[in-house]
Design a protein. Structure first.
Length: 274
């Protein structure tokens, strides 16, 4: 009878904060045709964010959640997906949605309160933005269950670190692990759940280790390294498509902006930390 199991969580990065490689790069990162579009997409997301915030400040857009400093998570994850995979985004994942073919016009319609912005012209099978934290994780489980019966595509859901404190998170990774579903859960660990810092959310040393209880793989990745994010998520998606079960990817990054344009982070966060 076994009373104890040994587990560990690995963390991967290829490029450090100065932009220098810290190890052998994956093949796609050695090809400018594959690498340059990743950085172009992050720059586009940054420009879109700045414009959206400006529109909100002048009363022409509703409350908006910026992804400032977190662009690599969404771009890297979406770039790892195939066209027939299904994306289930949260409210801070415009970088992933833009990569998948959602237009800036559609995103601006949505954030302006017009639901026609959720009627994507190109990515018809991707899900619209989900605002209630972690509530799209059960949807991802259902999508993955359907995908398992009809082909070899996979589902990918993205949420913030605060989602790992929600019941829907645990229910979803448990069901996905039990049924070995083709789904990858990406946690954008930007260190803050609105005004609650990471240290006050959980006693767990990592968020990736929460996968262990569900019997699925948990791995950390440098969320500021778009190469590492694409590589790790790509491997997790391939594993899922091949019937080897789901994964939880914790992308470690930082929320440089306020939680949303309705928030003032200076009330609870020192400028020196940023």
């Amino acid at each position: 009878m076994r009373f104890k199991a040994e587990h560990g969580v690995s963390c991967l990065r290829f490029i450090d904060e100065t932009g220098r490689p810290v190890g052998e790069l994956p093949d796609f990162a050695r090809n400018a045709e594959d690498l340059v579009p990743l950085y172009r997409a992050m720059l586009l997301t940054r420009a879109f964010d700045e414009k959206a915030v400006a529109l909100q400040r002048t009363g022409r857009l509703g409350t908006y959640a910026s992804s400032l400093g977190q662009e690599a998570v969404g771009v890297g994850a979406a770039a790892a997906m195939r066209a027939d995979d299904v994306l289930l985004p949260s409210f801070r994942d415009q970088s992933a949605m833009l990569w998948r073919g959602v237009t800036m016009t559609e995103l601006l319609l949505y954030w302006g309160g017009d639901e026609r912005g959720s009627d994507f012209a190109e990515t018809r099978h991707d899900f619209p933005i989900c605002v209630p934290v972690a509530s799209h994780f059960p949807h991802a489980v259902g999508v993955a269950y359907a995908l398992k019966t009809k082909g070899d595509a996979a589902a990918l859901a993205i949420a913030g670190d605060g989602a790992t404190s929600k019941g829907e998170f645990y229910e979803s990774i448990n069901a996905a692990g039990l049924w070995r579903l083709p789904v990858v859960f990406v946690i954008n660990n930007n260190q803050w759940a609105i005004s609650v810092p990471r240290a006050l959310q959980t006693a767990a040393e990592t968020l990736a280790q929460k996968a262990i209880a569900a019997g699925i793989e948990g791995i950390q990745v440098d969320g500021n390294d778009v190469v590492a994010v694409r590589h790790v998520v790509g491997a997790a998606l391939q594993k899922a498509r091949e019937g080897e079960g789901p994964s939880l990817v914790e992308a470690i990054t930082y929320r440089l902006s306020d939680h949303t344009t309705a928030d003032d982070a200076s009330r609870y966060r020192d400028d020196a930390e940023v």
